[in-house]
Design a protein around this ligand. Structure first.
Ligand SMILES: *[C@@H]1O[C@H](CO)[C@@H](O)[C@H](O)[C@H]1NC(C)=O
Length: 191
């Protein structure tokens, strides 16, 4: 009895150390999967996506650490895009509701925001479909929907520039654009 306890006690710290080491290894592997993906896709985005943006975005979701396929990362990007779009839509709704912004009906600014509002509403409606397509392995469909979305957001941001209206949505449009592009690039590798 005494000796078996002795062995168990002697073994215990070793076992703990092994488990800790394997967890650290797992985290390092996961981290390097994400980093590797970010390097590849930043590289193939011809300057659109930076490694930093990719790492910040994916790193904000702990599921990235256990991702082992690009489609796992794509799901995370799609979720990020959904929460981005939801808050952008809410921001636009507020801007258009709030008379304090001095917006007048028919003004270029008002028109820009109204078209953005409609655009983001349609993006939100499409998000679930994109998510289900990825889950079901219909990557090309999801990919082209994300590409369309990226182009649309880019057009709306340009619309502000054309109307000489200061875009109050520059950051949001930029984030949505990059997330959609990143999602499309990830899925492009999966099919
Ligand atoms: C939108 O996405 C970007 C990039 O992932 C992130 O930094 C930002 O916090 C997100 N914003 C919201 C409101 O979710």
């Amino acid at each position: 009895m005494v000796s078996s306890h002795g062995i168990a006690n002697a073994f215990f710290p070793f076992a703990v150390a092994l488990v800790a080491a394997s967890q650290a290894q797992h985290a390092a592997n996961a981290d390097s999967f994400m980093l590797g993906a970010c390097k590849i896709f930043a590289g193939s985005s011809s300057g659109v996506i930076s490694v930093t943006f990719c790492m910040d975005a994916l790193g904000s979701d702990s599921r990235s650490l256990s991702a082992s396929h690009y489609s796992d990362l794509a799901i995370i990007v799609i979720d990020l895009l959904t929460s981005n779009t939801t808050s952008t839509k809410a921001k636009i709704d507020n801007i258009l509701k709030d008379d304090g912004n001095g917006l007048k009906p028919g003004d270029a600014t008002t028109v820009c925001f109204q078209s953005c509002q409609a655009a983001y509403a349609s993006v939100l409606q499409g998000q679930l479909g994109i998510f289900y397509n990825v889950q079901a392995g219909r990557f090309p469909e999801a990919m082209s929907a994300l590409e369309k979305l990226a182009n649309m957001v880019e057009e709306y941001e340009k619309g502000f520039g054309k109307s000489n209206v200061k875009s109050l949505l520059a950051i949001e449009n930029h984030d949505s654009f990059e997330l959609a592009k990143l999602g499309a690039l990830l899925l492009n590798e999966e099919h």
